[in-house]
Design a protein. Structure first.
Length: 173
């Protein structure tokens, strides 16, 4: 297995893991904040999608999909995430009108996984190894793609904690 395939599969497997914990979230509880927990369901999926699209853009040169995001906005709607409402450092709000419903959240997340995995799978070493800005540091698209698999796992843990706090029950039987 080559590096491009390994990176793509890591991202795809992080989606498989996260998907186990989605049952029980509904349009009624998707923006519910639990005491002591940082992020709600809709924010997590929008944040992960936005971040993966940003890394995919470093590989495929394309911008964020307009059908999924409202660029430079803190307000999303039933079909779109506002980029500034789910970016690093944003604060989730329990305002359902600002976030897509559960089905749409999952679709946007899945599309981001597919885009990043597809971009990584077809990337050559030169693309994966070039220096790119990332926050206040520099990284490479290859390293960032692997980081996205771990990033998805971190937020999967937040979703697991949220499930417990909302008493959504065990999904691992």
């Amino acid at each position: 297995m080559n590096r491009s395939t390994l990176l793509a599969e890591a991202v795809e497997q992080s989606r498989t893991l996260l998907a186990r914990y989605l049952p029980g979230f509904t349009d009624a509880n998707r923006t519910t904040q639990a005491p002591g927990l940082p992020n709600h369901f809709a924010w997590n999926l929008g944040h992960l999608a936005l971040t993966m699209h940003r890394v995919a853009g470093m590989i495929d040169g394309k911008d964020l999909p307009q059908g999924d995001f409202i660029k430079d906005s803190v307000k999303g709607d039933s079909s779109h995430f506002g980029t500034e409402s789910v970016c690093f450092g944003s604060v989730p709000t329990d305002e359902p009108a600002r976030y897509p419903g559960v089905e749409r959240c999952v679709a946007v997340f899945d599309a981001a996984v597919a885009r990043l995995a597809g971009a990584a799978r077809t990337a050559d070493d030169a693309t994966l190894d070039r220096a790119v800005p990332w926050g206040k540091a520099t990284s490479t698209p290859g390293a960032l793609t692997m980081r996205m698999a771990f990033h998805n796992g971190v937020h999967c843990g937040q979703i697991v904690d949220l499930r417990r706090a909302l008493k959504l029950g065990n999904v691992l039987s």
